[in-house]
Design a protein around this ligand. Structure first.
Ligand SMILES: [Zn+2]
Length: 199
């Protein structure tokens, strides 16, 4: 498992200057050392299974702890339950593991999972700021509402950027899909005619 601080510092709880600097600069919160410590204890027990895991960041929102990591794969459920047990003294009700992605669009899909997304687009504001506009089908309204604020917060912490959500009614999204299908068909016709020319 990879963590952004020295393993020896996290295990002992006595941070070297380098690790302390990362906390002082605000890259990691002081309480994240406890999260990393629990993860290292998990690593001691399950070395092979946790080998590829890489810790990125933790965010607490509404008593839910979101742990952002790379290479979670099939370990999601086990790691979540383990951390919930280990960290219950910190007043955490629930732990949710989120797969990290360098690409902001991919990250949005990961954080919102399993809510369905129709489209993600980037909006460049005249004042220089960048927003992400996420189109969600209207039948996901309920599930989106539960997650919306947490998703915005996580995305902001990880990328320093904002997300706006737009609910698209089902008719609208069907029209978009049909246009995509037409486009694909056009592509196929083009490909075919090219093939015929080559023959
Ligand atoms: Zn250190």
């Amino acid at each position: 498992m990879r963590i952004p601080l020295d393993k020896i510092c996290v295990k002992s709880g006595i941070l070297c200057d380098n690790c302390q600097m990362k906390i002082d600069r605000g890259l990691y919160e002081k309480w994240e050392v406890d999260i990393m410590k629990s993860l290292l204890e998990l690593e001691d027990k399950y070395k092979k299974e946790t080998k590829d895991l890489s810790y990125k960041k933790s965010i607490i929102f509404d008593s839910v702890l979101y742990v952002i990591m790379e290479n979670i794969k099939g370990r999601k459920y086990e790691v979540e339950r383990y951390l919930e047990k280990e960290l219950k003294d910190l007043g955490i009700k629930k732990v949710v593991l989120v797969e990290y992605a360098e690409n902001p669009k991919e990250l949005i899909y990961n954080i919102l999972n399993p809510v369905k997304i129709d489209n993600v687009s980037i909006y460049y504001s005249p004042d220089g700021s960048i927003y992400y506009i996420v189109e969600v089908p209207s039948y996901e309204k309920g599930r989106l509402k539960d997650k919306e604020d947490a998703v915005k917060r996580i995305f902001k912490v990880l990328t320093k950027k904002d997300i706006y959500f737009e609910l698209i009614d089902k008719k609208g999204s069907l029209i978009i899909r049909r246009e995509e299908e037409n486009f694909n068909q056009r592509l196929d016709t083009e490909k075919l005619s090219k093939l015929f020319k080559e023959l």
